[in-house]
Unconditional design. Sequence first.
Lengths: 206, 251
Amino acid sequence: MKSPLSVLVAILSGLLVLAGYFFPFPALIAIRTPMLDWAVTLAGIAGLVAIVNLIIGVHLKRLREAGPKRFFSIVVLITFLAVSVAGFYLGPTDTNFQKVVTAIQTPIETSLMALLAITLTFSSLKMLQRQRNWMGLIFFLSVILFLVINSGVLAFSAEIPALQDLLSGFHQIPAAGARGILLGIALGSLATGVRIILGSDKPYSG
Amino acid sequence: MSQYEPLIGAVVVLVFSGLVIFFSSKKFRTKFPPVFRKLTAAIKLRKAIGLAVEDGTRIHVSLGNGSLVDPANPSALAGLSTLNRIGQMASTSDLPPMCTSGSGDLQILSQDVLSGIAGDRHTLAQFDPGLARMTGVTPFSYAVGAVESMQESGISANVLMGDFGAEAGLLCDGAEKQNSYKLAGSNSIIAQSIFFALADDALIGEELYALPAYLGSQAAHQASLRVQDILRFIVILILLGAVLSRLAGWA
């Protein structure tokens, strides 16, 4: 059973922030702005709590268990300690500290991006095995069509007005589809927000 | 932004809220029970939850790497509702669901949901806080950490619901290697296209927000789904009206 006080605080906070967004009166803005600042600060503290949970709740626990993943947890713990000590000692704005962190992080993330490109190419080839229906076929044909259109192979179409109009029409289709999906997402987001403000959806305890 | 836009927004929110309250009333629900179109993904997820309970395996819910202070957070909140519902449905299982996220606030909320489920089952003493974890703070580090989490705990089904980007491909590939069922939905168009190609079932558009209602959540979920349908038809009518008026030369 949720505490009525926490539900009340959540509902009132939501209503005040929403009212300040729709009706930017000075009194409402004076309440809304610090509340949003608190939310950002709390999100930052939540990040720290989550990191501590990951280190203590997952990786330190894994050290006590035999298995191949223990080695990776040791690497994570050593890296975490090294970055934390250096970060506290030098400060997060130190250029040398930032340079070292970026020099390690950027190549790793770039490699993952390259891996993603290969993964997506390979998986898209298998897509028709998974999506054996007309939607899957349309999706696959659309991908091929737009790959061809955007590859520049049809650059000569600039001299043929009818073909240019046709391609221009094709370019409108993804935008129309995306708008339709985004309208649905907007309605869904509104529904989720309203449920939380009404207190019927409570992703928190109290 | 014109001077009327905030007013229109406020009216839409008020009307939406009023209709949700009205449709949630027991009198209305008894007189007009909700009838929704079939959502294959929800049926398959129910089956996957049943199989996980029988097999003694776990369901993994991934909430993406959005934060609660991002405008994209409703997708993760829908994911939290789904996590809650999955936890309730799998309450007879020895292995409660696990949850990964890419931000601290969602990690704390998911831990709260999981501990709430454990409290309902009177198993709070055995609750493992490590079941809700933030696996990384950047999109790719989050994806790699989530894939690693999928591999360690005997996961038989993955529910990916939240704010994802292109890294969704790595998550789907990781789940594919585990030969586990993948149900995925996101507010991002990029992630939706990747999920459509790689997931076993993809939730497109507003289907993501409708999943908790399909899993039999509270009356408010079902009521909001009805209101969503009504508003969708109104939007369609407005769009058609705008097109016709343009064609007729009125606008």
